[in-house]
Design a protein around this ligand. Structure first.
Ligand SMILES: C[S@@+](CC[C@H](N)C(=O)[O-])C[C@H]1O[C@@H](n2cnc3c(N)ncnc32)[C@H](O)[C@@H]1O
Length: 253
């Protein structure tokens, strides 16, 4: 039933794009003429202006690389809407996605390269990095948003970001149980394990302290992060996104 719904969603989108093509909307040129926030009118994700409004931050960040043959990887597929948006935004790029659920059939023919992987499982992540070839310009985490998910994915996969590339963590606000009390985000009672605290501590001290990372992963981050940007959105969702820029020259020790 779930798979039928997904296949239907993909079919509706494909059909919509095909019929758009007949009246000059939905063509590659039409998509190219749209800014990222404008593309959200077609691909309604929670990154849009009326939700978390992360696209306003991404637009100036991604515009300079829009026509490059970049490798873009987003964790968390669901209905595939954000991945379809990236496919149509980065028209010369390659778009990858992983999800704990299998969206392979639903994504067939969409141009999205999908894999099944648990973002909190290093074995899965290494298998994905080997299969995809890693070396991404951008990794964007919009997966489960739990503390262990976010920190294991960052620790394990920062090595898969190209020098000068970036790793983005969406929905860092799940570190704030006052606003997001859902226990599935795995914030401990003392709130000492949060991704937000880890990032703020790094900004202040240059050190990574994480309950979920291996020492070698934390050390790699400390040596190879150029800078960390935390963007707090002024909205009723208290939305926070983090952009972690990687150094141009990689330090291995
Ligand atoms: C917020 S949705 C993604 C939405 C999509 N990126 C968009 O903007 O349209 C989150 C997705 O993360 C997936 N997810 C949850 N936990 C995960 C995990 N441990 N590993 C990989 N994917 C996970 C869910 O199955 C779900 O499809």
């Amino acid at each position: 039933m779930v798979m039928k719904t997904l296949t239907l969603t993909a079919w509706i989108l494909t059909s919509a794009c095909l019929s758009f093509g007949q009246d000059s909307t939905g063509t590659a040129e039409w998509f190219r003429s749209k800014s990222l926030p404008e593309l959200c009118d077609t691909f309604r994700t929670d990154k849009c202006a009326d939700r978390h409004n992360f696209l306003e931050i991404y637009e100036p960040l991604f515009e300079p690389m829009r026509d490059d043959s970049i490798r873009f990887f987003e964790i968390g597929i669901l209905r595939g809407l954000s991945h379809l948006m990236w496919v149509n935004y980065f028209q010369n790029g390659e778009v990858y996605g992983i999800d704990i659920r299998d969206y392979t059939a639903a994504a067939a023919g969409s141009g999205i390269k999908t894999y099944v992987a648990d973002q909190a499982n290093r074995k899965d992540l290494y298998a994905f990095m080997r299969a995809s070839g890693a070396n991404f310009d951008v990794i964007l985490d919009d997966g489960g948003h739990a503390m262990d998910h976010q920190q294991i994915s960052l620790g394990c996969m920062f090595q898969a970001v190209k020098p000068g590339g970036m790793f983005i963590i969406e929905d860092v606000h799940t570190s704030l149980p006052n606003y997001y009390p859902d226990t599935s985000f795995h914030v401990n009672a003392a709130e000492t394990n949060t991704t937000l605290l880890m990032l703020e501590t790094f900004i202040r001290t240059g050190k990574i302290y994480s309950d979920y990372m291996l020492d070698v992963e934390a050390e790699y981050l400390e040596n190879n992060i150029e800078r960390v940007e935390l963007h707090y959105r002024t909205n009723e969702r208290h939305s926070i996104v983090c952009i972690i820029h990687k150094k141009e020259a990689i330090e291995t020790e």
